[in-house]
Design a protein around this ligand. Structure first.
Ligand code: UD1
Ligand code: CA
Length: 455
């Protein structure tokens, strides 16, 4: 099917006063990503030619977050928030000559589904302007959609609505699409003679109708239009996001032992037939291949886990942790910026940071890469088929060759050649009978002390 050429305009200039926060509203985290990324992701499914984010409050931080999502995103600053039409008008200098459709999304409305946006574009074959509406259980202060059969006549904002209009339950989500040139032409005709003294984007419907053009409504589920204005709504949005992510994972063929205890990020990818145990938290940037197993109570971010690997229980994988196939990472292990080649085993109580471990190497319990000297980070290189004895301190920068061994309890400060055994610990001294004599001494001392104290 031929795709329409689309430009996306994402409104994100508002302060979000009711969040009671120094952080711009659209940067509050939802699914371990800035809220703004959710709308961008939905919009991205339309494969837009251009994406323009309208920023205002905290514009610099908003621009940074937008570019972190996609470097090609353009940002315009709306210095004063004079209304949604005024916000869209800020994109006009960039998009006035853009061919095809313009779709307006809100940065604080994270759950619009790609399919819904597709349906809106499809409806454009019948209407010049298409608005996304929903039947509200409690219409509250949403803008109301005044329809005549198939036609959308106008949108009336709650503040300006009569009692009769307020009785309408079909509400405006805010999402709107039209041919880009037309949208900007209509927007430039919008005035601010209304109860709020704002330039309402919603006025473009009546303006289009006045030009003899048709407007229509695509209807979606109310849950999709959920907007975030308060911390309570942010918490509700997080719950909704997690619910959807869990359902999606199950449908994708992932086993979740206790779905309600697993927390996903917006960009989490888990392959088919992977198993995720209870109480696992995915931070941003995690990919888990098919058939891997994440056991209970793991915390993962910025890492990749390959097919057949097992992680946890109680493991922490931090950014740059790369586990090849059949790697085993066990309990109380932390891995940061380290590549573990195929079949590596790190069973217990270990920290590996800034390291590379060759295939089939075994890392004993309590091993630590001492990667930080207080000023700089240093690397540890461990070859294939090596055996790192329990409680080895690897003082980086240091290299352990292939098939080499370190003795338990060693502090390794010098490179270990391939196939060598390195012992870096004090030699043991054993004194026959000394334990018994020592205990007798201690008991005698205790008895003498007691005798002195009792009169
Ligand atoms: C808007 C709609 C209303 C709809 C509701 C759905 C208008 C006039 N009203 O009302 O019909 O039912 O959304 O949630 O459009 N923004 C800017 N710059 C501005 C003003 C707003 O970027 O100058 C952004 C906000 O940050 C927000 C979005 O646009 O992301 C919506 O603005 P908001 O003030 O929340 O509009 P509502 O009054 O809720
Ligand atoms: Ca709002």
């Amino acid at each position: 099917m031929d795709r329409a050429t689309v430009s996306l305009i994402v409104l994100a200039a508002g302060q979000g006063t009711r969040m009671n926060s120094d952080l711009p509203k659209v940067l509050h985290p939802l699914g371990a990503a800035p809220m703004l990324h959710h709308a961008l992701r939905a919009g991205q499914s339309l494969e837009p030619e251009r994406v323009v984010v309208v920023a205002g409050h905290g514009a610099e931080a908003v621009a940074k977050a937008a570019r972190a999502f996609d470097e090609s995103i353009e940002v315009v600053v709306q210095a004063e928030q004079l209304g949604t039409a005024h916000a869209v008008a800020q994109a006009a200098p960039l998009l006035a000559d853009a061919p095809g459709e313009a779709v307006v999304l809100y940065g604080d409305t994270p759950f619009i589904r790609p399919e819904t946006l597709e349906r809106m574009l499809d409806l454009r074959s019948r209407h010049a302007v298409v608005v996304l509406g929903f039947e509200a259980a409690d219409p509250g202060r949403y803008g109301r959609l005044v329809t005549q059969g198939e036609e959308l006549d106008r949108i009336v904002e709650w503040k300006d609505a009569t009692d009769e209009e307020r009785a309408i339950s079909l509400c405006n989500s805010g999402v709107i699409c039209a041919e880009a040139g037309l949208l900007f032409a209509l927007v430039s005709d919008v005035g601010n003679a209304n109860a709020a003294g704002e330039y309402y984007l919603t006025d473009v419907v009546a303006l289009a109708r006045a030009r003899g053009l048709s407007a229509g409504v695509a209807i979606c589920d109310e849950a999709e239009t959920l907007g975030v204005n308060t911390r309570a709504q942010l918490a509700a949005a997080e719950a909704e996001f997690q619910k959807r992510a869990r359902t999606a994972a199950l449908e994708d063929g992932v086993t979740l032992t206790a779905p309600d205890t697993v927390f996903f990020a917006l960009d989490t990818f888990v392959g088919r037939d992977a198993i995720v145990g209870p109480n696992v938290v995915f931070g941003p940037g995690v990919t888990v291949e098919s058939g891997a197993e994440i056991r209970a109570f793991c915390h993962l971010e910025g890492c990749h886990i390959s097919r057949g690997a097992t992680v946890g229980p109680f493991a922490r994988l931090r950014p740059g942790a790369e586990l090849a196939e059949d790697v085993h990472v066990g309990n109380f292990v932390e891995i940061k910026n380290a590549v573990l080649d195929e079949g590596v085993k790190v069973g217990h109580l270990t920290y590996l940071g800034d390291a590379h471990v060759g295939e089939h190497t075994n890392i004993g319990a309590g091993t630590v890469t001492c990667n930080y000297d207080g000023v700089m980070k240093h690397r540890t290189e461990i070859g294939a088929h090596a055996f790192i004895g329990s409680d080895t301190m690897l003082v980086a920068p240091v290299t352990v060759g292939a098939h080499a061994m370190t003795a338990s309890g060693s502090v390794i400060t010098e490179n270990v050649p391939a196939e060598a055994l390195a012992l870096g610990r004090a030699r043991q001294v054993t004194k026959p009978g000394m334990a018994t004599r020592l205990m007798e001494m201690f008991r005698a001392a205790k008895a003498a002390k007691k005798k002195k104290e009792t009169p």
